[in-house]
Design a binder for this molecule. Structure first.
Ligand SMILES: CC(C)(COP(=O)(O)OP(=O)(O)OC[C@H]1O[C@@H](n2cnc3c(N)ncnc32)[C@H](O)[C@@H]1OP(=O)(O)O)[C@@H](O)C(=O)NCCC(=O)NCCS
Length: 200
């Protein structure tokens, strides 16, 4: 049983109020629309392809009921039909490994740099840890400087992939986080989520 709430009200760095909650099967249209609006560059960084719009089979997998193997959290603006989503992050338990999961994030272009990725990583970290996962792995293109810089400043290990790009590995152990601005933001966000859950 997760200690997390099913919904959090949060403020982004520019004070915009948002809702953080798990993705549900009812979000299919919202997610399809959100991926359709993503810039070619963000799409490429997320899916390693320049094809616009996410594959419908991928959306189905994403929205499928939680079977303990994957989880997706989204950040949305309440009562706003114009912006389908601010961002989303998922983890999928790695094949053949009980304590490792692949993680991925997509933040809408106009909301990047507002701490959305940090909130998503924080909630996935807290939840994954409670499910026995001890490390997140992310696959990142050479050109994705934001992701490479962000995870380097969280102390992630990086390993070159034979066909290009990097495998980044982040241990889910707060005591290993370095003394950087990104790690401080992550720590504070996790503490905030835990405190809000306790207070509820
Ligand atoms: C990578 C991505 C998820 C980051 O999300 P974000 O909401 O922009 O990230 P945040 O605002 O939480 O910033 C996290 C950290 O990244 C670094 N960062 C963010 N934007 C940056 C920029 N433009 N330049 C350099 N570093 C940056 C900072 O260290 C920051 O932490 P800090 O501000 O607390 O020091 C987002 O840019 C994105 O969706 N990109 C397109 C898809 C993608 O690349 N997905 C990842 C593949 S798995």
């Amino acid at each position: 049983m997760s200690s997390l709430l099913s919904r959090y009200r949060l403020l982004l760095r520019d004070e915009l109020p948002v809702i953080l909650r798990p993705l549900t099967p009812d979000d299919r249209e919202r997610i399809t629309d959100a991926f359709r609006r993503l810039s070619p560059e963000s799409m490429y960084f997320r899916f390693w392809t320049r094809v616009q719009g996410a594959n419908p089979k991928f959306i189905e997998r994403l929205c499928a009921d939680d079977d303990g193997q994957h989880r997706t959290w989204v950040i949305v603006i309440e009562n706003n039909d114009e912006i389908p989503g601010v961002g989303g992050g998922s983890y999928w338990r790695s094949d053949g490994s009980e304590d490792s999961a692949e993680v991925s994030f997509t933040v809408a272009d106009e909301f990047q740099g507002q701490g959305v990725g940090t909130i998503l990583l924080a909630v996935l970290w807290v939840e994954a840890l409670e499910s026995g996962i001890r490390q997140f792995v992310a696959y990142v293109l050479d050109e994705n400087h934001v992701m490479l810089t962000w995870w380097a400043s969280l102390g992630a290990a990086h390993e070159r992939q034979p066909h290009g790009g990097w495998e980044l590995t982040l241990r889910l152990d707060e005591s290993l986080l370095p003394d950087t601005s990104a790690a401080g933001s992550l720590r504070r966000t996790m503490a905030g989520l835990r405190a809000a859950s306790k207070a509820a």
